[in-house]
Design a protein around this ligand. Structure first.
Ligand code: C2O
Ligand code: CU
Length: 484
């Protein structure tokens, strides 16, 4: 058995990561664990593609109370790297999937037909839904089968997403394309003067490895040199010289991104996983791990027509390009949007927590939480409906040797059913990075957070897990049963 320190030293000494125990990370023998790559990746030439905006799905029927949709999970040929054809696992042929536009108070019903050769399970990430509609890992849709999911949308506006969650398969399924956006709006949000319509744009950011023959291959992030926005390799996007609302998703299976504008410019963050912040905050960088969302407003008028600005990832490895997306400013237009100083009401004061729990996330010798791998038959946490709990989450992995890739040592803690607030990071009060309602929180090596949530509104079986999907597929997940 390879000891961790030796493995890292050897890898660093070899100047490569060839010895990195990737199959242990994804769960040995788990489907989707690829030990090594053999073919060369396609070149990573930036700014060849215009960035598409995922198309909005049309309901098959709609009433004031509900909207019904139908999606077919199927393989499709897509162009990710210019000139190459890749086979993806998609919702309805789209990569990423089509966007579902939902409204608070109006149910969404999605009939999902599995035309793939693998099991799937569809989870609405950030959605407050009944257990039987949550897409739990064992609650799968077999090839040729179908399932209808119901989403009540009784929660506030937020940028959600739907993605695969089938046990051991979610990392590969999501990576190969099974993810799409679910934008939940409400009256309060629509009444705000924020940029809207064509000026409200999602950016689904994720890495990939597209090989020279077009193969989209699931493998460790350090072998994934391509960075995609809305399914295209490092595209450009033409914007008017005005304000835009950008909904940024880190949809990477296994890596963090550190995003900034190349000129270091400030932007205004207005929202996070759980919707609008109480007040906007000024940022220059976003550190996001898989599953996290950040909504920002950027005023491209500051650049003027004819100029460009690049969004870059300073979390790229030295061998990778930092460019993610280039905004090309075209022409000035009238802009009546603005960012109000108050975006959402103050949250109710935190009810007195009645339970404290501790969780340790660990990469070696296996992907575990509190030393255990996910067992769907074992109840790890029993929580009372309506109870407020404080959870301390510790990433007990230690930093990698300087220069060695450390993606696998980060953990991204995600809870189903309930949003939480981060109370502390590393024992200190939180900063702007951790403000707002969250459903996923990033922990670098050695970091810890304390979070508080109130369990509800439903009872039943749910899960919490690391949202580095290679980790959750490998067992870094626990079962929580919410009981009356
Ligand atoms: Cu986005 Cu349980 O996951
Ligand atoms: Cu993890």
């Amino acid at each position: 058995m390879l000891n961790r320190r030796t493995a890292l030293k050897t890898a660093a000494a070899a100047g490569a990561v060839a010895l990195f125990p990737w199959d242990r990370i994804t769960g040995s023998g788990a489907p989707g664990a690829h030990a090594s790559v053999t073919a060369d990746p396609a070149p990573t030439t930036p700014f060849l593609h215009a960035m598409p905006v995922p198309k909005v799905l049309t309901p098959v029927s709609a009433t004031a109370a509900s909207q019904r949709y139908e999606l077919r999970m199927r393989e499709a040929q897509v162009e990710i790297v210019k000139g190459l054809t890749s086979t993806a696992r998609t919702y309805d042929g789209a990569f990423p999937g089509p966007t579902i536009q939902a409204e608070r108070g109006r149910e969404v019903v999605v009939r999902q037909v599995n035309e793939l050769a693998v099991d799937t399970a569809v989870h609405l990430h950030g959605g407050h839904v009944r257990s039987e509609h949550d897409g739990l890992p064992m609650d799968t849709v077999a090839p040729g089968a179908e399932r209808t999911y119901r989403y009540p949308n009784a929660q506030r506006a937020a940028s959600l997403w739907y993605h695969d969650h089938a046990h051991h398969l979610e990392a590969e399924n999501v990576y190969l394309g099974l993810h799409g956006l679910y934008l939940l709006s409400d009256r309060h949000e629509r009444a705000l003067p924020l940029p809207s319509g064509a000026y409200d744009v999602p950016l689904v950011i994720r890495d990939a490895r597209v090989e020279a023959d077009g193969t989209l291959r699931y493998t460790r992030p350090s072998d994934c040199p391509h960075m995609l926005v809305n399914g295209k390799e490092r595209p450009y996007f033409k914007v008017a010289a005005r304000r835009y609302r950008l909904r940024i998703y880190n949809a990477c299976a296994n890596r963090y991104v550190k995003l900034r504008f190349a000129d270091g410019a400030e932007f205004t963050q207005i929202g996070t996983d759980g919707g609008l912040l109480e007040r906007p905050v000024t940022r220059t960088e976003l550190v996001m791990l898989g599953g996290e969302r950040a909504e920002i407003v950027v005023d491209f008028a500051r650049y003027g027509a004819g100029r460009s600005v690049v969004l870059e990832n300073t979390g790229a490895q030295p061998s990778e390009r930092p460019e993610v997306l280039r905004f090309d400013v075209t022409h000035p237009v009238a802009d009546t949007s603005w960012v109000p100083a108050r975006l959402a009401p103050e949250p109710d004061p935190l009810p007195t927590p009645t339970v404290e729990r501790d969780f340790e996330l660990r990469t070696f010798p296996a992907m575990t939480i509190n030393g255990l791998s996910y067992d769907p038959a074992r109840v790890d946490v029993t929580a009372r409906l309506g109870a407020t709990e404080v959870w301390t989450i510790r990433n007990v992995d230690v930093p990698a040797a300087p220069g060695a890739p450390d993606f696998h040592l980060w953990h991204s803690f995600h809870t189903h059913l309930a949003y939480f607030r981060v109370l502390e990071r590393n024992g200190a009060p939180i900063g702007v990075r951790d403000t707002g309602l969250k459903d996923t929180v990033a922990l670098g090596p050695g970091e810890s957070v304390r979070i508080a949530m109130t369990w509800g509104p439903y009872t039943g079986q749910y899960v919490y897990h690391c949202h580095q999907l290679g980790h959750s597929s490998g067992g870094q997940m626990g079962r929580i049963d919410v009981v009356a």
